[in-house]
Design a protein around this ligand. Structure first.
Ligand SMILES: [Zn+2]
Length: 313
């Protein structure tokens, strides 16, 4: 970031009511405030008028994210308010990864700080491109094809030298099935360079990774393992037990809905393998019960209406 650029004044007009305290509410003259650019102001120096701030998107422990609209334009932006130090640090990370802005990470439009008063400025904000939304579900619940796209995006960021040390759902943005990484608060340079060569979108539905975990990249391997990418052909029983999918079992949706407490003998110590054996027996029985119910309906000329989806039937 070019620190020699002279500051440019930028207005922020907060156009919403909030019952809760929020960081921008402490700015001078709130809700009609004036901040100034730090470093190279890029596009923030090119417009007149105020950024219209429409609402709070995310309240975090270290930062608060607002939705804004650039003056005279329909372009939406994200304003991430945090302490000045952390905003400057994160802006540096964006600048160091300029070549992947707009493709793997959002574009940084500039940084604003409260105009100097007594003492040093207290808070600051990053003004970023608004790209899509946060993930609607956990990584584990995503379709395998979407997991693969996210993982390939993560690999591309590694190959560009960015090591994101907080790869969690909140930091993955999605728009039209395209993904980007958000929040560069905890990033490092990938040293030595990433050598991961496996393309996840070419391995959807496979049970094991052909890439050597130690010679590839442990961070990528763990990200895929944490998402259960290689569990696409497994059925999840009781949230954390996996067995190979088989026609003897109901669908995943049915299993999730029909889960009942199993392993009920007070005097028995059930080992993990004992529980898996019991769960498998139980869900085979569930599958038979569903078939009996369907056959009974057929005999009576009635329509069987399942209380759960039958996508895998
Ligand atoms: Zn890597």
């Amino acid at each position: 970031m070019d620190r020699d650029s002279s500051p440019h004044k930028v207005g922020l007009h907060f156009n919403f009511k909030s019952v809760e305290d929020h960081p921008a509410g402490t700015l001078s003259n709130y809700p009609i405030c004036e901040l100034e650019t730090v470093g190279n102001p890029s596009i923030l120096s090119s417009f007149n008028g105020s950024i219209n701030v429409l609402k709070i998107l995310v309240v975090g422990s270290r930062s608060t994210i607002y939705l804004g609209r650039l003056p005279g334009q329909k372009i939406e932006v994200v304003l991430k308010f945090a302490s000045k130090e952390s905003v400057i640090d994160e802006a540096k990370a964006y600048t160091e990864n300029a070549e992947i802005q707009g493709s793997l990470i959002p574009t940084l439009y500039g940084v604003l700080v409260e105009a100097a008063q007594e003492g040093s400025p207290r808070i600051a904000c990053l003004v970023l491109e608004r790209f899509g939304k946060g993930l609607p579900t956990s990584f584990v619940e995503l379709e395998s094809t979407e997991k693969a796209k996210i993982l390939d995006m993560l690999v591309a960021s590694h190959r560009s030298g960015l090591l994101h040390l907080a790869f969690v759902e909140n930091h993955a943005l999605v728009k039209d099935s395209q993904y980007r990484l958000a929040d560069l608060s905890y990033v490092k340079r990938h040293e030595p360079p990433c050598t991961w060569n496996y393309k996840f979108t070419e391995h959807v539905g496979e049970d094991a990774c052909t890439e050597d975990r130690s010679s590839g990249c442990e961070a990528i391997w763990w990200a895929a393992e944490g998402m259960l990418f290689w569990n696409a052909n497994k059925l999840r029983l009781y949230n954390s037990y996996y067995v190979k999918k088989n026609d003897d079992f109901p669908s995943q949706e049915q299993v999730t809905k029909m889960t009942t407490h199993i392993g009920s003998s007070l005097g028995t110590f059930y080992r993990r393998e004992d529980l898996i054996e019991l769960y498998e027996r139980y869900f085979r029985a569930v599958k038979i019960a569903i078939e009996i119910d369907k056959a009974w309906h057929l005999d009576k000329g009635l329509t069987y209406e399942p209380p759960f989806p039958e996508a895998n039937e």
